[in-house]
Write a protein that binds this ligand. Sequence first.
Ligand SMILES: [Zn+2]
Length: 395
Amino acid sequence: MDFPHLAGWAALVVTLGAIIFGAGRRLGREEGAQLRRRGEAGLESALYLRGLHFLLADEPDKAIEEFVKFVRINSETVEIHLSLGKLFRARGEVGRAIRIHQTLIARPNLSDEHRIAALHALAEDYRQGGFVDRAVDAFRQVLNVAPDHRAALAGLQAMHENEGRWDMALEMLKRLEAVTGIPDPRREAHIRVRMGLEAQQPPSQGVGDEGAMEQFRAGIRVFPGCVEARRLLGESLLGLGRTREAIDIFEALKQTRPSHFFLLMDPLRRAYERAGDEEGFYRSMNGSLTALASSARLVIQWALLLEQKGRPEEAVEVLRIGMAHHPRSLAIVSPLLVLLERQNRTGEALEIARRRMEDQLSVQPAFQCSRCGFKSQDIYWKCPQCHQWDTMEPL
Ligand SMILES: [Zn+2]
């Protein structure tokens, strides 16, 4: 049985069990008073146990049949309908789930709590079935009655995101954050990025639109490590000729998210160029090599750019520094060997390749257990993992 269904089944089984247990207790108290009810309870127990039996035998279709019979004779109990509806939805039988939940909602004497639960379940049915407008409508109905309903807020938020209705997605996110007390700055930043891009939409206005830039700024405020918000704001500033501000926006990523700094290397280079400060860019890059913002990707990009600019010796030096900082990165070694070869420094290249090869081999396992796959550098006559004798083969 699929794992996602297990939760649905568990909820149903527990609900049904609780109902039967409750009925049994009532009967115990009112001994002999309600024989008809006792007969029903007996039938319920039998159906329940048969359902459970099929469930454990991994025959969910037969189990559902038994549980549906149960619902027919115990039609008053709302929880069973909710559990069964959820189960149908989990199995992809959205039509049946919708019918169950619609029937529930149509009941005149339904409590507020149950009505909200059924409406929310119906919204989830619609969402899964791809009926977007109906799902949105049902989520809104839930929120009309229960404005703080977390699942409905989260559901509606996700739907607005999927539809690209970014302003509404943001509104729902704010409401959700207020209810849960848990902020989601990365989500907000990216929603703001999308809102900014939309504000730029008419190409006539394009880059430099004030409303768009305000959204990018808001994105950076809420999540200073947002690469996209920085990139787009910086590009807008460049478009307006405000190069120094653009440089500051890009450079700040070194502190706020050093691991991703390499992604802004290209716009940063253009910004320094526009500012007529190419040396500033060299200083910035060389400074990043040994700083927090250093990453194998940054090292490689910077070295390739240096080579393009006709500075191959510096490119080799950058890769050597990078190799010392990222000793496990093979990605740096490959362009280094290429560069050395181009400069006819074959001896150096061979020496580096040989040393890297030895490093690799020293951490590579030499034996593997043919039973359980355990790997090690030394041979064990009894596998430490599966405890079989003499199963290790050389790799
Ligand atoms: Zn083993």
